[in-house]
Design a protein around this ligand. Structure first.
Ligand SMILES: [Zn+2]
Length: 362
């Protein structure tokens, strides 16, 4: 990715805290049958569950019935070593940063859990797959209304702190800020359909532009645990290396470039595997080719230099467009996080190096 987000603390994290409590203090120590006394150590959650029981609503009943079902399935597990493994897996599946940056940590997928304990997988999947989105029980008043209130408030605070207005996953498209009423959707970086336990963990959730989220990443798994484990950039990493762009022309026909006419290189020597993961998941190469070639974008960039030249030529006798190159290059440095600016600058520098501003044949 082009840059990383700054993680923000927010009340929305209390939902994950409820789930942590359920896993460590309720399900892992399950014996016999579930009842609300098992929640005594967390009076807030116990009050909510008792309230939901009285209200007798669809989502409230769903929440209570699922935590009881998972409890019953945990109580059936007699293999204590597997329970110890589950502690590691729960911790790992929520340690998004470590899963992205190291292959020594093993996550757990639904398919792996299904092989070992199919009934437990069914119970956990039916619960966690519903926790985020329009069908979530967290949308109830008792939990603070996830979609209508908590997410709105989180988004506002998030874009206040992350105010570049650019999607860091592509560097191309904008991210809605607080002036407009629309909001970009949150993406589960590690897909919630593959990995249990992290569907409401906000270290695994971040706003992403529509094209990155729905059109390209979709449910692609950045760390590819099933296919052969890959490293990936962590979206909230505090340190993120600079990505180096290079542009080499193979043809001088800059007014009608096709992808065969140039080599666009995108490198980061110390994070070579992460770069490849990022390009694969977000289909970066083809999207940047589209930027350069579609609608004659490179042609427009080339003509920007001549626009300055033509304006100046009317006032004084100047015959060299190259003098106006620096003005256009300067304008591409105003927002260094915009990939459009970076590629435009690299392209124009390559045009100059090839002497394409020397003869004024526009
Ligand atoms: Zn994007």
């Amino acid at each position: 990715m082009i840059f990383t987000y700054q993680y923000i603390k927010h009340d929305i994290e209390k939902l994950q805290e409820f789930l942590d409590f359920l896993f460590y203090d309720v399900w892992l120590v399950a014996e016999g049958t579930f009842n609300f006394s098992k929640l005594d150590k967390n009076p807030d959650l116990k009050n909510i569950c008792e309230k939901l029981e009285l209200e007798d609503t669809k989502w409230g009943n769903f929440f209570n019935s699922r935590i009881a079902w998972i409890y019953d399935e945990f109580a059936k597990i007699k293999d204590n070593n597997f329970k110890l493994d589950l502690i590691d897996f729960y911790h790992n599946n929520n340690n998004i940063e470590a899963l992205c940056s190291s292959k020594t940590l093993s996550p757990l997928t639904y398919s792996e859990l299904e092989v070992k304990y199919p009934d437990l997988e069914k119970a956990i999947n039916s619960f966690y797959s519903k926790l985020y989105g329009s069908e979530s029980p967290f949308n109830l008043d008792a939990f603070g209304q996830l979609s209508k209130k908590l997410l709105q408030s989180h988004y506002k605070a998030f874009v206040d702190s992350n105010n570049d207005g650019i999607c860091p996953f592509c560097g191309l498209n904008s991210i809605d800020g607080n002036i407009v009423s629309t909001k970009d959707a949150y993406d589960h970086f590690l897909p919630k359909s593959i990995y249990p336990f992290n569907s409401i963990n906000f270290k695994n959730l971040s706003p992403m532009c529509y094209k990155c989220n729905s059109g390209n990443k979709s449910t692609n798994d950045p760390i590819e645990h099933i296919k052969g484990r890959k490293l990936a950039f962590y979206p909230y990493s505090i340190i993120h290396p600079k990505i180096e762009f290079g542009f080499k022309l193979l043809s001088k026909n800059v007014k009608a470039l096709t992808p065969k006419d140039y080599i666009l290189s995108i490198n980061c020597l110390i994070k070579a595997e992460e770069i490849e993961t990022w390009k694969r998941v977000f289909k970066i190469d083809i999207r940047y080719d589209e930027l350069i070639c579609n609608k004659h974008k490179a042609k427009e960039w080339y003509e920007d230099v001549y626009d300055y030249f033509e304006n100046a030529k009317a006032l004084v006798e100047i015959e060299d467009a190259e003098k106006y190159f620096e003005k256009v290059i300067k304008s591409t440095t105003r927002n260094p996080r915009s990939v459009k600016n970076t590629i435009k600058r690299k392209f124009l520098e390559e045009c100059k190096a090839n002497g394409l501003f020397k003869n004024n044949t526009m």
